[in-house]
Design a protein around this ligand. Sequence first.
Ligand code: BGP
Length: 468
Amino acid sequence: MSKDKFLWGSATAAYQCEGAWDEDGKGPSIWDDYCHSTANLTGITGDVSCDHYHHFKEDIKMMAEGNQNTYRFSLSWSRILPKDDHVVNEAGFRFYDELIDECEKYGIVPNVTLVHYDLPDYIGTWTNPKVSDEFAYYASVVFKHFGNRIPLYTTINEPNHNAYCNYCVGNYPPNETNLQHYCECAYNMILCTAKAVKEFRKLNLNSLIGIVQGCGPAVSLKDDPEYLEAVKYCDYFCNDWVLDPAIKGILEDELIEAVKAKGIDLSFVDPNFKDIIKNNTIDFLGQNIYSRMLVKPNTSGITSFTVNNAGNNDGTNNSARETRAIKDWFEFDRDENTQLNKWGREIYPKCGYITLTKRKERYGNIPIYITENGHGCYDIADENGYVEDDERIEFLNNYLQWILKAKEDGVNVQGYYVWSTMDLYSWINGYKKRYGLVRVDYEDGNLKRTPKKSYYWYKEFIKKYQNI
Ligand code: BGP
């Protein structure tokens, strides 16, 4: 399987699409526990979802028929290592082996994320001091088993967004608002990536290893010193702690001092931390592109966080706007000329260009894969299940133009993935907010798949740009 040509594909994540939550020896994950608990006010779960576990052959066939040559998916850690005894569940490996067989049959390059939000329940939380050693063990088991069959591995999906939802907004388990825990979580995630990279290098594989970043860089509407200071602090909070260690092997002293000045107790940091990150950096960046971080100086004096999938965001135009603010550091700005989606998030296609060119500015010529780009909608299907999702097509087309321009202007873009391959569970939003290129009928008892208009549009788009 060649990863040398430009990769065009789409993406999913294990908890969001597999279903089969307790089948064939899988252990419970923190998302199983959360969704089954009273903290889950909607009662909606990923227990079945679109049942990719049993439908993966048809899903991958449809990708191939849509000209896609790569599939980004994640492994469920608790399907592979269900208990804390380090014993592998062979049936877990068998599922992913068969899935990769199917990819190989069509020449589809697997791009595999080790953790996309769902830790095993025996790990519990990202603040567990054992998490990075356990993650390194899991990663080594995976690398040894799949080896070069997986050309692209990524360690963690969106460390920042994950930590942010867990410990700032509190809408993801363990549902806390606690900046001390946010920092402990962030620290452990940095170590997880470094320790997994260390295991990866031991095996001298031909594959590459990366990380997936969720946010774009911070930007402001003005470039006076106070605004640029706000940009710097927002980048500390959202970007630099993820990407500087992973790509450059460093964490700037100024960032560490700023965190201490916020009253965070950093006594949990291992004295060897700097050496561990210095020697274990990644090969490529996975960058998800949805919106920009538009900030200004914090004049409200408030620290507060909202997201596009908090319980109160119901997809009406009354939804809370996606914002974040940290007292003395920055707060989100609003550009009235920019449209918002129904979940209060900016639709700003140029952020694709800004993100990619700024990444190049800071991190040089590192290969970049756009590991997610997509548009959540309330899709309306006709009597045959067909969805004319022109809004999604417009969104993808506009974003892609800017992404391709960044490539033309010299950013080392190597691939692009639409979020998502088919409709699936949208975390706290449940199933009504859909992103798929393919519709899933959750009501008909068979989870029937029907390609949407955007699927056919993307198929033609890939044909046109396949040799870029
Ligand atoms: C990304 C996540 C995905 C996916 C997507 C859409 O941040 O990596 O897992 O869910 O966002 O987000 P949502 O489903 O919350 O609208």
